[in-house]
Each structure stands twice: as C-alpha cells, then as structure tokens.
Design a protein around this ligand. Structure first.
Ligand code: AMP
Ligand code: MG
Length: 757
C-alpha cells in the first residue's frame, strides 16, 4: 500500500465477526456444559489469592505501573530441560512451568499454586489468517502436595496442561462469570501470576522502505502481580519478568529470577529430588545466610542468674532493688529474704528441679519467691491469680508441684490440690527463723529454671521447661544489647505467668538498677500507670498496653523525658504503632522484642530506625540464639524468601513437660550445629530476612494467635467447646472488634448445636 499497489493476497473467506458469531453458536448447550463442568471441577476450592510475600502492602489496584527485568537461561539449562521434558513426554513449556510453579510453592509455602497462561486459541486452519483477538487465558493449577519430586511434578503439570488445552474454548471471562469468585480491585481474579512461553520468533519487521522497531513497553497499568514471558531464542531462553511496582522492589524480583534459574539447574541435575528440597541458593550464599547474622558470644556459664543477683547484692547492698505494692527492698534485703526462703523450701523437700508453684499478688514477693526457689534448687511454676481455678488446678497437677508458695489471702481462691503450702505472709515468722546466708549452691546450668504453660491445640495447655543456661544466655545477651546500669529503673507490667516477666524483673537487677513491680490495678488504669513511669528509664509493654500508653500521653500532653528505651513486643507490632511511639517518645530508643517461651524469653530485637520500611519486625538475633529461616525440609531459604523461623543455639528450651511426641515434633535435631544433641525449635512463625539481616514477621504457619499478649491456639478452645454435650462442631476465630479501636482483637467461637436437639 505504501507504494500505491493493490493487495496481492486473496480475499479472506472469513472475518472476525464470522468467528464471533460462530463461537457464540458453537459454545452452547452440551459443549458449553462440558467445558464449564471441567473447569468447575478443576478449580474447586482453589485459593482466591496466591499470597506472595510482597514488599509493600496491597493497597490499591489503580494507577499502578509495571516494570520489566530481563534475564536469560543458559544454553545448557535449556538443552537439559528439553531433554528432561522429552524423557517424560513433556514439552519445554511444561518443564519451565513446573519450575515456575515449584518456585512459587517455595516462595509462598503453599501446595496449591495457580498461574495463568495465554494461548493463541487459533485451533482451526480457517482462523490462522485472520486478524483479531483470539487469545484466551488458561488457568493452570499446580499441585505440589505430598512432597513430589521434580519428575513427579512435571508429570502432574503435563496432565494439567493437556487437560487445560483440551478445554481451552471457554473464554476466561466466561469462566470468571461462571465461577463467580469474590471480586476485589486489589488483584486479578482466579490467578495473579502470568506465565508464557513464546516459541514463534517475531523476527525483524520490514515493509519496503519502512523500517520498524518495537518500542519498550513503558508505563502501563499492571495486569498481574507478576508475569514471566519466556522466548525461545535459538539455543537459549530469553526471559522477561513484569511486576507491579506498588507491590515489589526491583531487588526482590531480581532475587526471584536468580532463584528460578538456580531451581531449574537443580531440577535438571536431580529430577528425582523433592521439589521442596531443590536448592534455591548457591552453597556459598547458603553458608553466608546461615552464618552472617548469627554471631555467637562466649559467656561463662558457671555463674547463673541467682548467683549474678547475689554478686550485685554484694556490690550494692543498700541500693534499692525492687519496689511496688507499697514495699521496697534493697539488694541486701532481697538477697537475705530469698536465702531464708530457700532454706525453708529445702526444709519442705525442695531439691534439684522440684517444681514449686508460685501463686502470689504482684509485688516484691514475686522476686523473693523466684530467687528463693532457684537457690533451693527448684524450678518455679507461675500461677497467675487472675487465671480460672480449673486452669490453675490443671497446671498444678500437670507440673506435679509438691510445694506451693502463696499468701494467706489467696488460699481460699485456690483450687483443690495436694501440694504443701508455704504462705509468705502468714508463715513469715517461720521463714524469718531461717539463716539469711545462702546454702552453697548445687545449681547446674542444665537444671530447670521454670515451667511456663502456654496454650495447646489439643485442648490442654503445655508446660515449657526452660533451663538456667537458656535463661542466662538470654539475659546476658539482652544486658549486652540494652545495657542496664545502676540508677536505672524499669517497671514490670507483664503478667508473672509470661516469661517476659523475667526480662522486666531481672534485667534491671543484673545491672544494679531498680525494678518497679506495678500492681495489676495500676496497669489497668493507664493514667495512674503513667504517673508511676515518670522515674523510669526503660519500659516494656505488649502492643495493646503500649497503644493505651501512647493514647493517654497524646491526649494529656504529658511526656516521659527520663525514658531512655521503650520496648514493645510479644506479638506482631503494627508499623502505625511504632510511628505513634516515635511521636510520644521522640528521644528514646525504640525496640521491638521477639521471642517464644520455647526460646527463653526473647531471641531477637529490632531497633526502630528513622524513615525505615514499614514492617512488622522480629529483628536480628540476640547473642547466642541462632536464628534460621527454613523451608519444610529444614533447608535455609534465601534472603527475602519466606520460611519458618527456627531457633537454635543456647536459648532453646528443654522440652514440653511430659509430652514426648509434641516435643519431638517441635524440637528437632539441629542440622547446623556441631554440638552433639543440639536441637532446633520450630516456632511456626513465618518470617524472612531483609538484606540488612533483620527478620520481618509475615504471619503464622498454623492457626495460633496472640491477643493482648496472650498466646492462644484456637484449637484448644474448640476442643473444649466440643466437649459440651450439645455442641457438635466448633470453630474459633480472631476478629477485630466491630466499632472498637484499631487492633482490638477478640476471640469469637461459633458452634453447630447437636442436631438431636
Ligand atoms: P510466647 O511464647 O507467649 O512468647 O509467644 C511467642 C509467639 O508470639 C511467637 O512465636 C510469635 O508468634 C509471637 N511474637 C512474639 N513477639 C513477636 C513480634 N515481635 N512480632 C511478631 N510476633 C511475635
Ligand atoms: Mg515471648
């Protein structure tokens, strides 16, 4: 036409409109039903969203641009992929798709990964010459369940792909209409990740004197979260990844490309290896990930916590150690009182590792009790007076505590039990008659320090047994990181039944400072609490309480200028809360604390920096806690890729009391330790490393939740609900309270009554 000539091409027999009319008539009745039935079955129960861990929260669908990264697969990988495909009667497309789905499985930890793929959809010869939009999108559901090998996965992908090709006539938009998934502007329906292999080269376009050149895409509206376009280019495969820049950073996508390449290389080298075990990182990077952020410290282990407190008492006998509930004890007094108590306890038969229940109001007595029990060689079992009597009775029974420390006024509240009772108030005379000098200690670093109960999914709480060594390492590392000094003061606000109480109560003492044991009524009355904080240099609170403190400080305009550091943790901390804290504590160091009971109080912390990314932080390892981010085969995952946080090193708890199976399930042999018998605790927390070595919290691998600092397995509540005669089924969920303040979470139980009623 540019030369003014007529077209030499024959007239087309058909036009796009003919195709459209034909398609409408053809795809009806039984034919349509068969296609719909196929897809309905294939996509039944499909997850609505592939939860790739994004760098930025999914906030909007509008005005989002897409950027590309280019990459290449080597000629050797391409050749080997083709060869593997041939052996398994699979195409190159299938082999590449298997690799991509395997990667998505590794990135998300899911078995069920869906990608979309475009197909030309010109299935008849008459359509080949037509100009028009025929392309359809097929939904390919990858099944990674049951730990398949790559070869098995390839077989599954082949079947899925062939089935999808045989049912490709149903337009994607009809499928969406038919399946009617819940629609959201935040993501594409049915699939969010696109995958395509072009095997027809576009080649150079030339029309007479006209030269043409494809222009780069530039900014467009993003259609998918991530899209991979591969092109067979002779020997090699060229690739392009498009991604939503509102969700992902370029570095994350570059990592993804690198891991895709490594995974394909590993798969062709060892197709009979489980997909979950294929290496995503080079051995060198793996070693780096393992070692670089876990830096062990050497600590003397012959001086355990009770001894360190005694040494402090010898240095500063007259300094105030603990205050609260109208009483104050100096270091010397605390030391003497706990020594006397230790003698009294030994008189009652407390020896190495004897569990001793502690059922006391909040006050300096708590510290006397804990130190006294340790000096007697025993392990304390905290019993919070606010817990229901049945739970307390269960804990006493399960722990098998032969001795119980309490106060006369609490005795009536106690459930029935067989323990011998020592009342700190009513039996004070008896205790005072004991020697104030500590007996020579027989404590061993491997001896138990405490048994703390946490929720159990089978309906019964489980007692975590923690040794002195684990506690010592946590406290020494924390002391090194946060540095408490004489004259400093920290309130203890946490329930005595949580292990973070040990952080609050003992850390100031190891540095010669003061701990203020705030009574419960005062913790609940935030205005009063804040008055008590005026003299404090540090404070720790769970997010729910911290939110209250921040709110009251803001509305009252009060400030707490003495505060040097502010700790928040025990559950996920919203970035909004950290920002608000920055506002009311402009000069203080802000730290997020992380740690499960099984990892001895805390094992990571994050110091909140100016202008840093808005994340939920776990932080970097505390001294001798070795933290690993592992896949299901307990292999390290690369930086930036989500995995389960596992804790090794010195702060791992001994076990769950009397639960051999559960212990074996959660405390597994540590493959990274040279020490015989070393174990890893699998936390169930999903995390990933940032490039700077800070762990980010992404959620749980199970249903466990935290509410106002309480760790709850909904399964425990469900199991109890189901015990009711008239309840057939029960489900327990966490919901944000309707109309309540942000972050106000509640546990809601739903029951199906027994049909017989
Ligand atoms: P607990 O044994 O009561 O200390 O509970 C431990 C669990 O609390 C961890 O396994 C996490 O699920 C959660 N947790 C503690 N600290 C944090 C934190 N900073 N961010 C997110 N979750 C946390
Ligand atoms: Mg904790």
């Amino acid at each position: 036409y540019s030369r003014g000539q007529a077209s030499p091409l024959p007239e087309l027999e058909l036009q796009y409109a003919d195709f459209a009319a034909w398609q409408r008539a053809w795809l009806t009745g039984e034919r349509l039903e068969a296609q719909l039935a196929y897809w309905r079955e294939k996509l039944q129960g499909a997850p609505p969203l592939l939860e790739l861990a994004t760098d930025h929260p999914r906030r909007s669908a509008l005005g989002v641009t897409e950027t590309s990264r280019l990459f290449e697969l080597t000629a050797q990988t391409t050749r080997e992929l083709r060869a593997l495909g041939r052996r398994e009667s699979a195409t190159l497309f299938m082999a590449l798709l298997a690799g991509w789905q395997a990667l998505l499985g590794r990135y998300t930890g899911e078995d069920d990964v869906i990608v979309g793929t475009p197909i030309a959809n010109r299935t008849r010869a008459e359509l080949e010459g037509l100009i028009g939009f025929f392309v359809n999108t097929l939904v390919l559901r990858g099944d990674l369940s049951g730990e398949p090998t790559f070869r098995e996965l390839l077989g599954r992908v082949r079947e899925t792909t062939l089935g999808a090709f045989a049912h490709q006539d149903l337009p994607f938009e009809r499928l969406v209409e038919e399946l009617a998934p819940e629609r959201s502007l935040l993501h594409n329906p049915l699939f969010q990740v696109m995958f395509a292999l072009q095997n027809v080269e576009v080649g150079e376009l030339r029309l007479g004197d006209l030269e043409m050149e494809p222009l780069g895409g530039g900014a467009t509206g993003a259609k998918f979260d991530v899209g991979v376009m591969l092109l067979e280019d002779g020997e090699r495969i060229q690739g392009r990844i498009d991604y939503r820049t509102d969700l992902f950073e370029g570095a994350t996508i570059e990592g993804m490309v690198e891991h895709f390449r490594l995974l394909l290389e590993a798969a062709v080298a060892e197709p009979d290896r489980r997909v979950s075990e294929l290496r995503l990182v080079s051995p060198a990077e793996e070693r780096r990930v393992l070692a670089q952020w876990n830096v062990p410290r050497a600590y003397a282990q012959d001086r355990l916590v009770p001894r360190l407190v005694a040494e402090q008492a010898a240095r500063t006998p007259d300094a105030v150690a603990v205050t609260g509930a109208g009483r104050t004890l100096t270091y010397a007094e605390l030391d003497e009182r706990s020594s006397r108590l230790a003698h009294a306890l030994r008189g009652m038969g407390v020896r190495g590792e004897t569990p001793v229940g502690v059922y006391l109001e909040r006050g300096p007595e708590l510290l006397e009790a804990v130190l006294g029990i340790w000096r007697a060689g025993g392990a304390y079992v905290p019993l919070d007076p606010t817990y229901p009597a049945e739970r307390l009775a269960y804990m006493l029974r399960d722990a098998g505590a032969p001795v119980l420390l309490t106060q006369a006024r609490l005795c009536d509240l106690l459930p029935r039990h067989d323990a011998r009772v020592l009342r700190l108030d009513a039996d004070a005379g008896r205790i005072a008659a004991e020697s104030p000098v500590a007996a020579s200690s027989e404590l061993d670093a491997d001896a138990l320090a405490y048994v703390i109960y946490t929720s159990g999914s089978t309906g019964r709480p489980k007692g975590v047994r923690v040794t002195h060594r684990a506690l010592l390492h946590t406290l020494l590392c924390a002391q090194e990181r946060f540095g408490f000094a004489p004259g400093e003061e920290m309130p203890s606000l946490a329930s005595f039944a949580f292990d973070i109480w040990l952080f609050e109560a003992l850390l100031p003492l190891l540095g010669g400072g003061i701990v203020r044991l705030v009574p419960r009524e005062e913790v609940l009355e935030v205005e009063r609490l804040i008055e008590g904080l005026a003299g404090c240099t540090s404070v720790h609170a769970v997010p729910a309480l911290m939110r209250e403190i921040v709110r009251v400080l803001r509305t009252s305009g009060r400030t707490l200028p003495r505060l040097r550091q502010v700790f928040v943790g025990g559950e996920a901390v919203a970035p909004e809360l950290l920002e608000e804290m920055r506002g009311v504590f402009p000069a203080a160091g802000l730290h997020v604390l992380y740690g499960p009971t099984e990892g001895a109080v805390i094992c990571a912390s994050h110091q909140v920096g100016e202008g840093e990314a808005r994340r939920q932080w776990v932080g970097h390892p505390l001294g001798n806690a070795a933290l690993y981010v592992l896949d299901r085969a307990l292999r390290p995952v690369p930086v930036g890729v989500p995995g389960e946080l596992c804790i090794g090193g010195a702060s791992v708890a001994r076990d769950y009391l009397g639960r051999v199976e559960l212990t074996a399930e959660r405390f597994v042999p540590d493959p990274f330790s040279a020490e015989a018998g070393a174990r890893l605790y699998r936390t169930g927390d999903r995390v990933r490393w940032s490039a700077e070595g800070e762990l980010e919290f992404l959620g749980r691998v199970d249903a466990q939740v935290k509410i106002r600092g309480f760790r709850i397995e909904p399964g425990e509540v469900e199991a109890v609900l189901r015990e009711h005669a008239e309840v057939r089924e029960a489900v327990v969920l966490v919901r944000e309270a309707d109309g309540g303040a942000a972050g106000e979470k509640r546990l809601v139980g739903y029951v199906v009554p027994d049909a017989a009623e």
